[in-house]
Ligand binder design. Sequence first.
Ligand code: ZN
Length: 235
Amino acid sequence: MTELLYQTDSYLKEFDAIVRESFLDENAVVLDRTAFYPGGGGQPHDLGTLNGLPVRKVGKGADEVRHVIEGSLPAVGEKVHGVIDWDRRYRLMRTHTAMHVLCGTVFRDYGALVTGGDMEPLKGRMDFEFERLQKELVSVIEAAVNREVEAGRDVRVQILPREQAFQIPDLIRTKINLLPAGIQQVRTVEIVGLDLQADGGTHVHNTREVGRIRVTDYKSKGAINKRMYIEVLDG
Ligand SMILES: [Zn+2]
């Protein structure tokens, strides 16, 4: 089992770990702990280095994180030093928090639910069940999300026992009930006063760090399903 350091400290840029397993076919290693985000919830996996060797891919197995590296694999039991590509990761953190600001604002103002999303550094798209969305609303939504960013809302991460998380009404709307039965702990990300979700991603500590959000486009995927595209700019 890999200790997921990014879950409790998203600002960790470097770490030491021990190699627990290696997979020659994939040229991958499993470590006892990692700060590399393995991807999920629309946030791509991290890049970086392990002992100076490029990490090309990071993925999550049942309860371990595999790091695919370029070059000769370190031996099982060996100590390694990991470095996250921080510029890229921090942009992803700003983008991920921006997506939650959008999601929280649209739910508060229009009651529209998110059905999916995807992001890359400083760009994202989000799908809503949002019948009323039309062109005129886009600039209204853009102004509203930027007010929330400028409000300097704190972003709080908690890891809660499953039963406790299921008591929180706000979490139900983000389909917490779809979590597999085996998951005993639920990580929650709260933009204080705006949004609360079960989420495994890495976020900034305060919405001010996001910068500025621009809603660049929207698309109708039918009468109800709408897609919005955002861009994150430096404040
Ligand atoms: Zn998220």
